[in-house]
Structure formats: C-alpha cells, structure tokens
Design a protein around this ligand. Structure first.
Ligand SMILES: NC(=O)c1ccc[n+]([C@@H]2O[C@H](COP(=O)([O-])OP(=O)(O)OC[C@H]3O[C@@H](n4cnc5c(N)ncnc54)[C@H](OP(=O)(O)O)[C@@H]3O)[C@@H](O)[C@H]2O)c1
Length: 321
C-alpha cells in the first residue's frame, strides 16, 4: 500500500488575475468520500477554459480560495471510497471532473467522483492519457451524439489543430466520414494532413465556402466547430439544405441561426458508459494525442503564458510527477 501524505504540492490561486496568480502551495491532500477515487496525479491537462476560471469565471457561481484548477488528468489510484469497487489501488486511470469542489488536477492528488474515472486505454501512456479526457469526450460526443455522423458523410472540422480538434479529426475518420479540416498556418495545415484530413485549408487565408463547394458540390453534411466567428460562418455557408452544426459551449462568437440548418450547442459529459465508448474509440483509432508542450507543475504560470500567446498545436499539459 502506498503511503499517502497529509499534505501535497499544488498550484492554486488566492485571487483572480493573470498567469502570475498561479503559485505553488502546500495544501492538505483531499480525503475521498464514499463514491470518490483519490488519484495520485501524473499529468494534468491545461484547458483554454482554465484561463476564464483563473480570471474570475465560476461555472457553479461559488468560489473558494485557494482554488486548484484542472478539469482533467491522469494518474494512479491512491485510495478509493467505501462504495467504489471498479478500481484497485495502483490502477492507471484518467478522469474528467468538471468544476470539482475538492479541487482540480494541478495538484499531486485529486479526489474525484468515481463515475468520472476510467482505466487508461491501451496504447496511451500516462502523459498522453492525461491530455485527452476532455478533448476525447467532447470530440466523440460531438460526432456521435450531436452530429450523428455516418460513414460517407462530409464534415468540416473547424479549428482542427486544437486540443479537441486534433482528436475529433481522427474520430471522424474512424467513423469513415470524409473530413475537410481547417487550421491556421502552414504548420497547422501540415498537422491536420498528418492526422488524416482528406482536405486541409488555412481558415484565415482561404475562401472556406468556395473550397468546400469544390470538395462537396452538393453541399457539406455537417460542421463540427471548435472556433467561432466569421470563418465559422463561412463553414456554415458550405452546408447543404438540412445540414447540421455542433459546437461545444465556449466556442464564440456562436454560429448565427439559419433557416434549414440544425445548430446544436453541447457540453461534454463524463460517465461510465461515456468513458467505455471513448476507450473503444481511442483503441480502434490508435489515437495520436498531440501534446504541444509539457511543463513541470511549478511552471504552470509559464504554461498559461504560452496558452495566451496562441497557436498551440494540440494540447498543453503539466507534468505533476
Ligand atoms: N462545453 C464543453 O464541454 C467544452 C469542452 C471542451 C472544449 N470546449 C470549448 O471548445 C473550444 C475548443 O476547445 P479546444 O481545447 O480545442 O481549444 P483550442 O485548443 O484553443 O482549439 C481551437 C483551435 O481553433 C483554431 N482556430 C481558430 N480560428 C481559426 C480559423 N479561423 N481557422 C482555422 N482554425 C482556427 C485555433 O488555432 P490557433 O491556435 O492557431 O489560433 C485552435 O487550434 C473552446 O472554446 C472550449 O472552451 C467546450
């Protein structure tokens, strides 16, 4: 049995603000409730929404400082609550626990509801597993549950170089769709080609609607959007009558409503069945999890500065241990 200390290193904020408010703290190790799992965190994902929370957005409306960020990550099971029988000490797991009142993954330990935890899928090490829970669930649910994408359909993945987009592109190929991916810059276009896009476009330089019409003369079937604004409107222009758009909440500006087009905003769900489906998709697609950079926990502020600089290809992560 590993010995669990009473205190841990965590990056937390004592007030809202810029990256500089992310500082190393010594905090009590959270104690798991009966339905929770205590994870000895290996890798924490850094999300673009972490910046909003750092600057003062509170998903639940209640904030307690010191606040530990981090909605997803990976690690090994250090302890389980009395009602948890799906996991044993030492299991390698990954988790998406949104707005966790016990604190996030920017810490050596995190106590999370057991239904938000799953075994690491085959083919991923702990670092890559820690980068993928939110992105994987968001990507897969967009494709299967909100777009209902089927084999042979054409889909524009808009913003395909980001954390979610790099995964969504590969899952759309797994579902045998024909994928037109938008990216920014030559490096972005090269990345989405490498990940399997059938057609790749620079979303700032190219006329997306014209290129899409060349690609799918009768109109594109669906758009999965991870970036908003004018370029997204041009993607929607390329849809056929009855076409579908899905985007996770947070994409802004949101697409404008249009006659004959179904637009679905959604939030990613974490649950036992959701993770089982994600594990199957990761294993079947031999998912390449794209990590742009990994920072030690103590450099969380630097990682947020990197996020603010933009053009992150894939995901940023924190190496906690
Ligand atoms: N509600 C939920 O459950 C949920 C879950 C996950 C994510 N989200 C939201 O989903 C969005 C995507 O998340 P993410 O983690 O993938 O963010 P991200 O890593 O920032 O990805 C967005 C991508 O879009 C690209 N992009 C921006 N403008 C573009 C354009 N005109 N043409 C082509 N590409 C363009 C960006 O490229 P550059 O970096 O080069 O600009 C970036 O790669 C965020 O708004 C996030 O808040 C919501």
């Amino acid at each position: 049995m590993p010995i669990i200390p009473n205190i841990m290193r965590a990056v937390a904020l004592d007030r809202f603000g810029g990256p500089e408010v992310l500082t190393l703290h010594t905090l009590p190790v959270p104690i798991p409730d009966p339905d929770e799992v205590l994870i000895a965190v290996h890798t924490a994902g850094i999300g673009v929404w972490d910046v909003d929370i750092r600057e003062g957005w509170s998903p639940s409306g209640s904030v307690q400082f010191p606040l530990v960020l981090g909605s997803d990550g990976s690690g090994t099971v250090a302890a389980v609550g009395a009602n948890v029988d799906r996991f044993a000490i030492g299991d390698e797991v990954y988790s998406f626990a949104w707005d966790n009142p016990k604190g996030g993954f920017y810490a050596e330990y995190s106590a999370v509801p057991s239904h938000t935890v799953a075994r690491v899928p085959e083919g991923l090490d702990l670092e890559h597993a820690g980068a993928v829970p939110v992105s994987g669930l968001t990507a897969l649910q967009g494709i299967d549950d909100h777009l209902h994408l089927t084999a042979g359909e054409t889909v524009i993945i808009h913003g395909a170089t980001g954390g979610v987009g790099t995964v969504a592109l590969q899952f759309a190929k797994l579902r045998e769709a024909s994928v037109l991916a938008t990216a920014i810059g030559e490096d972005g276009v090269a990345l989405v080609r490498h990940l399997g896009a059938d057609q790749a476009l620079d979303g700032r330089r190219n006329d997306i609607a014209a290129a899409a019409r060349g690609y799918a003369p009768n109109g594109v079937d669906a758009v999965l959007a991870f970036a908003g604004g004018d370029a997204l409107e041009r993607c929607v222009d390329a849809l056929r009558e009855g076409g579908r758009v899905a985007f996770p909440n947070g994409v802004e500006p949101e697409p404008k409503p249009r006659r004959g087009i179904v637009i679905t905003p959604y939030d990613a769900d974490a649950g036992v069945a959701e993770f089982e489906r994600l594990n199957r998709a990761i294993e079947a697609s031999r998912l390449e999890v794209v990590i742009a950079a990994a920072y030690p926990l103590s450099n969380a502020a630097k990682a947020h500065e990197r996020l603010a600089a933009g053009h992150v290809l894939g995901k940023l992560v924190l190496r906690v241990r």
